[in-house]
Design a protein around this ligand. Sequence first.
Ligand code: ZN
Ligand code: ZN
Length: 255
Amino acid sequence: MNLIDTHAHIYSDEFQNDKTVTIEKAKAAGVSKIIMPAIDSATHENMLRLEEEYAGTCISMMGLHPCSVKENYEEELRIAEEYLVKQKFIAVGEIGLDFYWDLSFKNQQYAAFHQQVEWALQYDIPISIHSRNATDECIKVVQEHQQGKLRGVFHCFSGTLQQAGQLIELGFYLGIGGVLTFKNAGLDKIVNEIDLANIILETDAPYLAPVPFRGKRNECSYIPYIAQKLADIKEMPVDTIAAITTANAEKLFGL
Ligand SMILES: [Zn+2]
Ligand SMILES: [Zn+2]
């Protein structure tokens, strides 16, 4: 099986003592590539160092996470843009709107999101969207910028079937992770209605570990558990699930 983890914060502090082991474990589990979403300037360098160390395996996005949009967001955007000018990135991400934790920077979150979508269009690379309590709002922003060239993924998709339909119509993929394995999450029923051509796999490590690791630190090597759950839902061999979702990720990210 050849799998891709399309969203993992493998450079975060949670892995600082066992990064090498974690990446080797992922490779042994069939995860050949790990795509890393950026958060903010506090961790950009850690991410880029890992990309250098594991060239071809760990691949960076660049961007400002909506939860890191604060008073200084313009400075943060300036820093992210400097990186984008200096080197090639696989995508702009993770970007979007998060109205779950904090609503005090709502307008700034919108401004940062719009700005970063523009970067993706300018550099002709995909976007990785983080939306929490804001899926309709994120879809609206994508609609405003979609003139045929914008592409990307709604990472950790947890919306309704109707929202899934809207974002597929916009040319976007659904990033599916550990939540698929959670009892009562209801994502299995939605995913069952969605064509595999629109799905890519992710862990969002260190968060949202799939069953049987729920509640523990998530790792890239758990991607096969998500693939297996998808295989069970679709009643297809897991090898077929792996082949299709990996091809989707390769197409989206130009791998
Ligand atoms: Zn996210
Ligand atoms: Zn993330």
